[in-house]
Write a protein that binds this ligand. Structure first.
Ligand code: GLP
Length: 235
């Protein structure tokens, strides 16, 4: 657990980890996250002029029923904040398909693609106020794989700011499972602000429980929490 005075300072450490990985292993497989937390990270990474040409990426999640070019989709988010600024090969960018007609087979394919790429070297994570990682809401099986999930009212409220109103937030999402995330060789979780303090304290110091999905990371052999002081205030 690394605590920094500001989100910028914590983010710089994550950016250096990713830059180091891309230099050491140009064909690295990165797991990427959305939400407001990694925004600064993508900003810093795009300014570093790294070579992404050999890299492969897999995003954690996507809303069901939201087209990829819609401004609230995670496809759009990633394109705007990272993909259009770096030299990643389009065929090596992966996000779950929120419009897939057959969601279970789309999820199985996603898992197979991660395996075929050799597994994820470094997975970037944020955390929800209820302890969710990806969109693995409380009560998610700690062994879960990529699948469809229903969002909790809390998460729909938290994410309403991106949609204009709570009613417009989709009820369903496709997300990598906790088991999928646990397979990554290194997990880097970023959390900023007092609103995340409780979820972080429970994830790091509470019992391992499906009620705080991030607590599963206690059993991961290599996980780094990068926090600002407010997010660390209940540790
Ligand atoms: C969403 C994403 C998560 C993210 C969480 C926190 O629910 N699916 O991956 O960690 O939001 O969002 P924020 O970073 O905006 O607080």
């Amino acid at each position: 657990i690394i605590i920094q005075p500001t989100a910028e300072a914590a983010t710089s450490i994550a950016a250096r980890m990713i830059a180091g990985l891309l230099e050491e292993k140009p064909a690295a497989v990165l797991g990427l996250a959305t939400g407001s937390t990694p925004l600064k990270l993508y900003g810093q990474l795009t300014r570093m002029e790294l070579d992404w040409s050999g890299a492969t990426t897999f995003n954690l999640d996507e809303y069901v029923g939201v087209p990829p070019d819609h401004p609230t989709s995670y496809h759009h988010f990633m394109r705007e904040h990272l993909f259009r600024h770096v030299n990643l090969a389009p065929e090596r960018i992966h996000l779950p398909d929120g419009l897939a007609p057959d969601i279970p087979s789309c999820c199985r394919r996603y898992e197979a693609e991660i395996r075929a790429a050799g597994g994820i070297d470094l997975q970037v994570l944020g955390i929800g106020t209820d302890g969710h990682i990806g969109f693995n809401e409380p009560t998610s099986s700690l062994a879960s794989r990529t699948r469809i999930k229903t969002l909790t009212p809390q998460t729909r409220r938290d994410n309403a700011r991106f949609f204009g109103s709570e009613e417009q937030v989709p009820h369903h999402v496709i997300t990598m499972g906790i088991g999928t995330i646990m397979d990554a060789r290194h997990c880097v979780l970023l959390a900023f602000g007092e609103k995340k303090a409780r979820a972080i304290a429970q994830a790091a110091e509470g019992p391992i429980t499906a009620m705080n999905p991030a607590s599963a990371l206690q059993q991961h052999p290599r996980v780094t929490f990068l926090l600002d002081e407010p997010a660390a205030s209940e540790l």
